[in-house]
Design a protein around this ligand. Structure first.
Ligand code: GLC
Length: 454
């Protein structure tokens, strides 16, 4: 088939995959997985490096199976995954010429390489989390977050620390990550806390780091935690109430990151797990407000996946098998459509398809304002079964068995009494091309009265 020059495909924006993906996996793994009391335990417990670094002797991740993690992520409907290459504790999960404090020295494994290969084989995009903070490095000056912050001799200790040397180490490790592992799709730096006793972009030389990523991996997304603008913003453990905007009121790309139980690293005794229903609603809510969800798991001290995490991901995956259409490639509803979300419903849209996620199941009738004359067809997404709909004349008076008293511009859908046995039922509405022409085609029952005895 010959193509006219006009029809030549427009090159997709290099970050389009991220915007369509909507759902990714975060993996926090390190020595803190052995401590099993949160990845910040080193500093919460004011542990010295001599004391803490001994965990490296006991690092035996025999159950860390990157292929299993990749499969688990893909089956959950995730399209990318982000691994901690080094967390604040300073232990690297990759082969680094700059340190012996790594998984390679501890157990002979480059876990980052295993991860990258496994993700690629499952068709997932690859992201690296890399901590700017480093509580192990001898030149990282003691600040308000550092484990040694309460010591009496902080000033003396700091006098012996050469922060520019740490900065060079940080840059060199980032260079290794961007050079030795093929294509990196996403760099998640973490984090900047400016102030007298903190660290700001000038400390890390954030501009230099960003320039390095742009040079070595031109299509790689970079987050905002270098303290300078990147490609996206990263709300942590809260859900934005509406599409996010920058300080100039322009829309920004965003990704909410969330834990399953409040801790990123394995935290044995923390059982505050969010239910699969809640996690799924958070995902849909994220799509409805134009963001991505990066959902975390914290493998245990042997690298094994926590049962609660795999069960939640499996439940979400089962739902995604039938409903990924309302999430992947979807986004917030176009305000021009003028549709109002009914109580307890979360709306997403993809082109001429509107998805109504029903967190509460109504008794037979779902009334949606703003849709009159715009609906061509509606179905339950999980089984494709038609859902009939009607627009009731607001002037008409009802009887004791007919639904009336409906306001202007409302479409009423007739749902089955029994809630479908899926985690979150979805009504898919096919909109008229221009959203205004009178409905046609199967299922349009625009003038039919709904009788509750029908
Ligand atoms: C934070 C925490 C950290 C976690 C991260 C995930 O900044 O310091 O422990 O890795 O956020 O977003």
């Amino acid at each position: 088939m010959s193509r006219s020059p006009e029809a030549a495909p427009v090159a997709e924006h290099p970050h389009a995959w991220f915007d369509a993906a909507r759902f990714g996996l975060f993996v926090h793994f390190g020595l803190y997985s052995i401590v099993a009391r949160h990845e910040w335990s080193m500093t919460w417990e004011r542990r010295s490096d001599e004391d803490y670094s001994r965990y490296a002797e006991f690092f035996e991740p025999d159950r860390f199976d990157a292929r299993l993690i990749a499969r688990t992520a893909r089956q959950a409907g995730m399209r990318y995954a982000v691994l901690t290459t080094k967390h604040h504790e300073g232990f690297s999960l990759f082969d680094s010429a700059l340190t012996d404090y790594s998984s390679v020295t501890a157990c002979g494994r480059d876990l980052v390489r295993e991860f990258v290969e496994a993700m690629r084989d499952e068709g997932l995009r690859v992201g690296f989390y890399h901590s700017l903070i480093d509580w192990h490095h001898p030149d990282f000056t003691i600040d308000e977050l550092h484990p040694l912050r309460d010591r009496d001799d902080v000033a003396e200790l700091n006098a012996a620390r050469d922060f520019p040397r740490y900065r060079a180490h940080l840059h060199a490790q980032v260079r290794e990550l961007l050079t030795n592992y093929g294509q990196v799709d996403y760099m998640f730096f973490d984090f900047t806390y400016p102030g007298d006793d903190g660290k700001g972009p000038q400390d890390w030389d954030s501009e230099g780091l960003l320039a390095m990523v742009r040079e070595l991996q031109p299509t790689c997304l970079v987050n905002d935690r270098l303290g300078i603008p990147g490609d996206l913003v990263t709300p942590e453990q809260y859900q934005p109430a509406e599409p996010m905007r920058d300080e100039h009121d322009r829309p920004v790309r965003w990704e909410a990151c969330h834990t399953t139980n409040g801790s990123w690293g394995y935290d044995r005794d923390n059982l505050e797990f969010k239910s699969p229903e809640l996690l799924l609603r958070m995902l849909v809510d994220t799509v409805a407000t134009g963001g991505n969800l990066l959902l975390n798991i914290g493998p245990d001290g042997r690298g094994g996946l926590r049962r609660e995490d795999t069960e939640a991901l499996a439940a979400i995956g089962e739902w995604m098998t039938l409903h990924h259409g309302s999430v992947q490639g979807a986004g917030p509803v176009d305000p021009a459509l003028g549709v109002e979300a009914p109580p307890g419903a979360i709306l997403t849209q993809k082109g001429a398809r509107l998805f109504i996620h029903l967190a509460t199941w109504p008794m037979r009738h779902l009334h949606v304002r703003g849709l009159a004359g715009k609906v061509r067809f509606a179905r339950l997404l999980h089984d494709g079964s038609e859902v009939t709909h009607t627009t009731i004349d607001p002037q008409e008076r009802g009887s004791h068995t007919t639904v009336r008293g409906i306001g202007e511009d409302v479409v009423t859908f007739s749902l089955p009494i029994r809630r479908p046995a899926v985690l979150l039922p979805v009504l898919e509405v096919r909109l008229d091309e221009n959203g205004t022409a009178p409905p046609t085609g199967p299922g349009s029952a625009d003038t039919t009265a709904i009788d509750i005895q029908e």
